[in-house]
Design a protein around this ligand. Structure first.
Ligand SMILES: Cc1cc2nc3c(=O)[nH]c(=O)nc-3n(C[C@H](O)[C@H](O)[C@H](O)COP(=O)(O)O)c2cc1C
Length: 412
């Protein structure tokens, strides 16, 4: 049923001149398979990478290339197309297209249609890492974000030119899930609510020293963003972090430092429809917090006593009055991760556990990537293979929505 979210949705796809244009053929296939209607504009450079024949065969529609082509469907196809569609998707969005859109250019079919558009515009950039990171390009990106252009990626990875870094186009899956979640958000009758915890905590020993861990908060932030994008009223309780929190005006973020502060913030923000506890809350905290900085003079050894911190996941999962309809816990494990996660699911009384193996430094803490297993109470396991944290988040948000929709039936 959820595949049909694309049924009869009209997508205007602009294909730019980049190596990853070939992947866009797969995007067209997926969208068509799920019932959407696609019309395409191919830039002059785009034609060097994919043929109009492949595009029209897959989209089962004419490919628009020349603004002044006498065989166009109407005299002003750039306007007609911009009005016809529900959304515009630009993939690959080249550095050149980003620059032209940011400047408000209307010099060819693609730029004119974008300028004429009054619909949401999704950009999937793809370019070399140096091109992406050029200050002038990043300024264009900021300008476009401020002007409500929505970005899908880019991600980090090996590029066609052999270099490695940020600038790689997001996967076909991430592009499809972004659009799917967007259309879901448009269809929601009743706004659902979500509470997400993220980041590490700091358990203070004295005013300048504390106990913490490696958690970056990236996965939790991406989940909060994805839940918000799919239409949840989302509250993010965020521990100390170095994340870029720019352009997140849709997200209600509360900053906390200690486990106690995080627990209290969660208590104050119940009830919600779903709680997702990704934060790496310290299990223990010092029994005593020294009021002043501990001095080493006269000290050869120093012993600290610890006590258990409040257990946020258990607290939310076992709340008598305000238990969310769905409680999702996260487990970062270094060994026997499936078995340990199953135990955690049982002990904490949550509904799903999302576990990852943090011993592998290419995924988990501080990495841009993750690979997780979602385990439910029936011991069913779903694997989300190694992919950017944003992609994992979009898939998880989608799964959460599906689960709640089945429970509350607020989706048409
Ligand atoms: C082999 C090749 C690969 C290219 N790949 C990219 C790319 O991935 N991203 C990009 O921004 N430009 C890429 N370019 C440069 C663009 O094709 C060029 O800037 C062009 O003017 C873009 O036109 P458009 O934005 O109208 O499609 C590539 C050029 C060549 C020759």
């Amino acid at each position: 049923m959820f595949e049909s979210i694309f049924f009869k949705k009209k997508i205007l796809l602009i294909i730019g001149g980049g190596i990853s244009a070939y992947k866009v053929l797969e995007v067209i296939r997926e969208l068509k398979k799920n019932g959407s209607e696609i019309k395409t504009i191919l830039t002059k450079s785009g034609r060097e990478f994919v043929t109009p024949l492949s595009i029209s065969a897959l989209s089962q529609n004419k490919v628009f290339e020349n603004l002044f082509d006498p065989s166009n469907e109407s005299e002003m196809d750039h306007i007609t197309l911009a009005r016809w569609c529900d959304v515009l998707l630009v993939a690959p969005a080249t550095a050149n297209l980003l620059s032209n859109f940011a400047d408000g250019k209307a010099s060819d079919f693609a730029t004119t249609a974008i300028l004429a558009s009054n619909k949401p515009i999704f950009l999937a950039p793809a370019m070399n890492v140096e091109m992406w990171n050029k200050e002038i390009n990043l300024q264009n990106v900021e300008k476009l974000k401020k002007n409500n252009f929505r970005f899908i990626g880019p991600t980090i990875g090996e590029m066609a030119c052999g270099e490695y870094g940020e600038g790689k186009m997001s996967s076909v899956d991430e592009i499809i899930f972004t659009l799917k979640n967007y259309f879901i958000s448009k269809n929601q009758k009743k706004k659902l609510s979500a509470l997400v915890t993220a980041g590490p905590t700091r358990e203070y020993i004295d005013p300048v020293r504390f106990l913490t861990n490696e958690s970056s908060g990236k996965q939790g932030l991406e989940i909060a963003k994805s839940l918000s994008e799919i239409g949840f009223q989302t509250k993010l309780i965020l521990g100390p972090n170095k994340l870029n929190l720019k352009n997140l005006s849709d997200l209600d973020i509360e900053h906390v430092k200690t486990g106690d502060e995080m627990l209290n913030a969660c208590k104050e923000n119940l009830p919600v429809d779903v709680a997702v506890c990704t934060a790496a809350v310290s299990d223990f905290k010092p029994k005593e917090v020294f009021k002043n900085k501990i001095k080493k003079d006269n000290l050869n050894t120093f012993e600290l006593a610890f006590e258990k911190n409040g257990d946020i996941l258990s607290f939310i999962s076992q709340h008598n009055k305000n238990r969310p309809k769905l409680v999702v816990g996260f487990a970062a494990e270094t060994e026997n991760y499936i078995e340990n996660a199953k135990k955690k699911l049982e002990h904490k009384h949550c509904d799903w556990i999302v576990v990852n193996n943090v011993k592998d430094s290419s995924i988990g803490f501080n990495s841009e990537f993750n690979e997780v297993f979602i385990i439910n109470k029936n011991n069913e396991i779903e694997k989300l293979s190694k992919s950017p944290k944003s992609e994992i988040a979009k898939k998880l948000a989608h799964k959460i929505f599906e689960k709640l929709h089945n429970n509350v039936g607020n989706f048409n």
